[in-house]
Design a protein around this ligand. Structure first.
Ligand SMILES: [Zn+2]
Length: 74
């Protein structure tokens, strides 16, 4: 059985299933609660971006994750 560790909160993710209870973004692994926090955090910024640009979006996500890792939370 595979167990992953969330890169942000350091909690183990038991029986990880990608895009269900864990999210692999860039080279980071996020548990579901942290992924929810990430979405809440970036949503207001994403809403103001027009036209939407995927490259810009992945950069925004990566930066938010790296900042969260330093604080161990979003
Ligand atoms: Zn987490």
């Amino acid at each position: 059985m595979k167990t992953l560790t969330c890169d942000v909160c350091k909690h183990p993710i038991v029986q990880p299933i990608n895009n269900r209870n864990y999210f692999h973004l860039g080279h980071r692994d996020l548990c579901e609660p942290c992924h929810d926090e990430l979405q809440l955090l970036i949503k207001p910024t994403v809403r103001t971006k027009s036209p939407f640009n995927y490259e810009w979006y992945s950069k925004l996500v990566q930066e938010a994750i790296e900042k969260a890792i330093q604080k161990s939370k979003f």
